[in-house]
Design a protein around this ligand. Sequence first.
Ligand SMILES: [Zn+2]
Length: 268
Amino acid sequence: MTSARRRKRWAKHLSSIASIAIFCLFPACQSQTQSSESGSNPVPMDVKSEVKPEVKPTAISAKPSGDPEPMLERIPSSPAQLVDLQAIDPRIRLDIRYATTNNFLKQKVYPVSRCLLRWAAAEKLIKAQTELAKQGLGLKVYDCYRPLSVQKQMWQVLPDDRYVANPANGSRHNRASAVDLTLVDRTGKELEMPSGFDDFSQRSHLGYQGGSQAAQKNRRLLVDTMQRHGFLPIQTEWWHFDVKGWQDFPILDIPLDAASLTVDRSKN
Ligand SMILES: [Zn+2]
């Protein structure tokens, strides 16, 4: 397949993908920001009410061979739009830990393994992935958008704000503007890091100088790459990044399985 044809095909995929999961567009959400995180009623009214987003099934094709770079400029979108990362860029691997029992809660708290993010974050992540791919590396995400109701569930299991954000304030994951992730090689194998995901010890801190030199170097590469593409690290968790401007996006409580995608292979 010629590169022009491949680009054309991607543009077609992406323009259709862009129509999915339009849960929360800017004008409807902008009035709900910081104020929602204080007081006894942290949930914005437009979120607390039953949200039943209208989501049209979207035809996407299977992962194309050759992993062409998505043509980002062809996606018409608001930065606040919630998108399904894997549908937009299948190069980025998923290991959504809270959809399994392989997490510090030892409980499955997500009904599906899915990475939903604000377009503002997804777009930057795709660019980071593209940069890493040139070095034979890639990204694997552990957690993306987390509904507020799940935050409350986590708090019930472990009401300790050293480990879980208090739902009264909300987590940046509740705003779909934070991502937990690591680096993988070409085969999807995780690169060594100073600690595992959700290891709440000193080893998770960015200032931790222990561990192997390779782990230090890999953590540096992850942090530098993410910062170059508009993400902010936090000092206590090497895997966590907030997109710049996360404050602009309100807390949401839309279920992770609210939208379904239809994979239409006939479009290949
Ligand atoms: Zn996180």
